[in-house]
Write a protein that binds this ligand. Structure first.
Ligand SMILES: [Zn+2]
Length: 100
């Protein structure tokens, strides 16, 4: 093997991983289903936000709360133990007593 052949062999050996990687990259780009990605994105945007639970209300601070600072309207006091519960609940979170 002459020096030119050895140099050529080295250059080819160093280029093969790059070519293989580029082949994999462009292969993956060709495999990507753009319609499916768009469908998933549209489904994500259409998904309704369940804000009925009191925890979900705290997770969206950007939304202006309709009840505002009057926190007493959104809570109900348990008749058995006096704990504050979210309005509309059936049972107390603390003593599990029934709330009217
Ligand atoms: Zn209670």
């Amino acid at each position: 093997m002459g020096p030119v052949a050895a140099l050529l062999f080295t250059v080819v050996l160093s280029l093969v991983p790059t070519v293989l990687f580029l082949g994999l990259w462009y292969g993956l780009l060709a495999l990507r289903d753009d319609d499916l990605v768009e469908q998933a994105r549209a489904m994500e945007a259409r998904r309704p936000t369940y804000s009925s639970s009191p925890g979900a209300r705290k997770q969206s601070p950007t939304r202006p709360d309709a009840s505002g600072p009057s926190e007493s309207d959104a809570t109900v006091v348990c008749p058995r133990c006096g704990s504050r519960n979210a309005a509309g609940v059936t049972y107390c979170w603390h003593c599990l007593g029934e709330i009217d």
